[in-house]
Design a protein around this ligand. Sequence first.
Ligand code: NDP
Length: 283
Amino acid sequence: MAPSATPSPIPSVPTVTLDNGVEIPQLGFGVFQVPDDATTAAVTAALETGYRSIDTAAIYGNEAGVGRALAASGLPREELFVTTKLWNADQGYDATLRAFDASLAKLGLDHVDLYLIHWPAPARDLYRDSWRALERLAGEGRIRAAGVSNFQPGHLLRLLDGATLTPVVNQIELHPGLQQAELRAFHADHRIATEAWSPLAQGAVLDDPAVAAVAGRYGKSAAQVVIRWHLQLGNVVIPKSVTPARIRENFEVFDFALTDEEMQAVAALDRGLRTGPHPDELN
Ligand code: NDP
């Protein structure tokens, strides 16, 4: 048979079915700290690689850059999964509705797939009012799934009291240096999906010899091993890169699997390593 010039097909990313039935790709692409003008190129590279889920936030200042890449891609809207987040200063019922409209306008969309309250900001004590607004937006079909980010069990319990919707996702800092076993167990008990932010600890877990040993066995990079570890734990994972070769590398994680022993070797790196603020303290 003559060699085919057809490029190899893009592997399809497994999905996690959220408690409301919406499916989220388990591997997505994050754009924290990417300037708006650089975001379009990064998201375009991600979409060309095969990522279909993009994670942005109002505070990142790059929703417009994401929107430009989505529009230019020509991909059907239903193949894309777009997440954005409500910033702390916009918490409260009316302010949330206004902030959501502003985010949609910047993204150039008529709905988002997942809208998250970015931080509980407990000292402001507005997250329950903000949640009422998310419940309304979900009822109107302008957000397919409503969730939270950086909520601790106490914040979630307070949110759930009197709520008509349960958050289907909690996006939290999670990587081999901060494994969040207790919070993940709480999520499992409440049918909340765990989404891992800074899944590579912004690079801080990539030099570890235990990770390097596993990587060497499969001819993979440390980042690929860490992403694979997340996928096998069941996390939704959203690594960020502005480097095209890394964007592709971080997607090449569906052709190998860690053994139980290798999962344990990565689990042994848990050490309370926070790269971001503690959720009780950011307001
Ligand atoms: P990550 O853990 O994804 O790490 C990103 C860093 O790792 C960048 O410096 C990147 O460099 C580098 N990197 C990426 N891939 C590789 C690779 N294959 N080899 C070596 N280095 C690599 O950090 P983020 O903090 O960006 O987290 C990911 C996403 O999570 C964010 O973009 C955002 O969407 C979300 N997030 C949410 C938060 C929340 O409060 N809800 C808080 C923080 C993040 P380079 O880009 O130069 O290639």
